[in-house]
Design a protein around this ligand. Structure first.
Ligand SMILES: *[C@@H]1O[C@H](CO)[C@@H](O)[C@H](O)[C@H]1NC(C)=O
Ligand SMILES: *[C@@H]1O[C@H](CO)[C@@H](O)[C@H](O)[C@H]1NC(C)=O
Ligand SMILES: *[C@@H]1O[C@H](CO)[C@@H](O)[C@H](O)[C@H]1NC(C)=O
Length: 287
């Protein structure tokens, strides 16, 4: 008996031919729409008709000849899921998966390739002031936050920005609702505005500062540039500053002066009291 059939037999026992041709399937979620930064993307690798138990799953990105970008043990359901919790533009690329088990490792074929394209939802967010960034005391001003989105057409319903993002022509539009927040010196002054406008009817020194806005849609967010809003009346600012200085410096001074005067009076009163007692005691002494 020659050695060849034995070898063939052992090959068959260890790696049944069905396993040699095993090829997992790789599916991406979300599948029907464009993937934006901050989205969660799932890359599910499955061995059809098999339990994933005892198998290790490997995901490769862009190249098959470099190490896997992720590996994990399979589950009873028949596969494993690699999740990009917060997708970024760097996750864009071609992915494959395969599974392996045993020692030495027997690998399945690579799955078909899937392409994941992650793009920034917001291409730009800009803040502008009207009529100007220099405003009159008591005057009105508006801050407007404008967001530009990739692959989107904007439709406005009653000052309500609903955006329809379209990944490609043969798929449906998905609606993205954008909200805006406004910050002054880093503190929020208006949250979740759908109109994208922050209005001040009567400007005063408390409205002055550095403003920025943040556009949000789902988990995607982007900040605008900063703009400084100032009062045009320099003497008014000086007056305000001087007034504040006066209040801050005179108030404690007045307080201390008052405290000092009151203490003086108290001392005088106490001195007199003691004198009276001494007089009493000297009077009482000779008794
Ligand atoms: C601010 O916006 C409102 C609403 O669009 C508009 O009526 C008003 O004239 C604007 N004011 C300024 C100062 O631009
Ligand atoms: C915003 O638009 C949606 C339709 O896209 C509508 O259902 C909703 O009532 C609108 N909201 C406001 C505040 O107008
Ligand atoms: C698009 O929307 C229509 C109706 O809402 C639906 O029947 C169809 O399956 C959708 N197509 C895709 C590709 O999601």
């Amino acid at each position: 008996m020659s050695l060849l059939p034995v070898l063939l037999l052992s090959t068959l026992v260890v790696y049944p031919s069905s396993e040699v041709l095993l090829m997992p399937t790789l599916t991406v979620e979300p599948s029907g729409r464009q993937v934006y930064t901050e989205d969660t993307v799932s890359l599910a690798c499955q061995l059809p008709g098999l339990s994933g138990l005892g198998w290790q799953f490997y995901w490769h990105k862009d190249r098959q000849d470099t190490g896997p970008v992720e590996q994990m043990w399979g589950r009873v359901g028949g596969g494993a899921v690699y999740q990009l919790w917060r997708a970024s533009v760097t996750h864009t690329g071609q992915y494959w998966c395969r599974a392996g088990r045993g020692q030495p490792v027997f690998y399945t074929q690579y799955s078909q390739a899937v392409f994941v394209n992650v793009i920034e939802l917001f291409t730009s967010v800009t803040l502008s002031a009207s009529p100007s960034t220099v405003v009159k005391e008591g005057g009105a001003f508006n801050l407007t936050c404008e967001a530009q989105l990739s692959n989107c057409k904007l439709s406005q319903h009653h000052g309500n920005h609903s955006l329809h993002s379209h990944p490609d022509p043969d798929r449906n539009w998905t609606t993205v609702v954008v909200t805006f927040s406004f910050l002054r010196d880093g503190w929020p002054v208006a949250r979740d505005s759908v109109s994208g406008m922050y209005s001040v009817a009567r400007a005063s020194s408390c409205h002055m500062g550095t403003y920025s806005c943040v556009a949000r849609a789902g988990r995607a967010r982007r900040s605008s540039q900063e703009i400084s809003i100032t009062l045009d009346n320099l003497s008014l600012i000086l007056l305000t500053c001087f007034g504040t200085f006066l209040i801050l410096s005179v108030a404690p001074l007045a307080f201390f002066v008052r405290l000092y005067v009151m203490r003086l009076w108290q001392l005088r009163a106490r001195g007199q009291g003691e004198l009276q007692c001494n007089e009493c005691s000297t009077i009482q002494g000779p008794k």
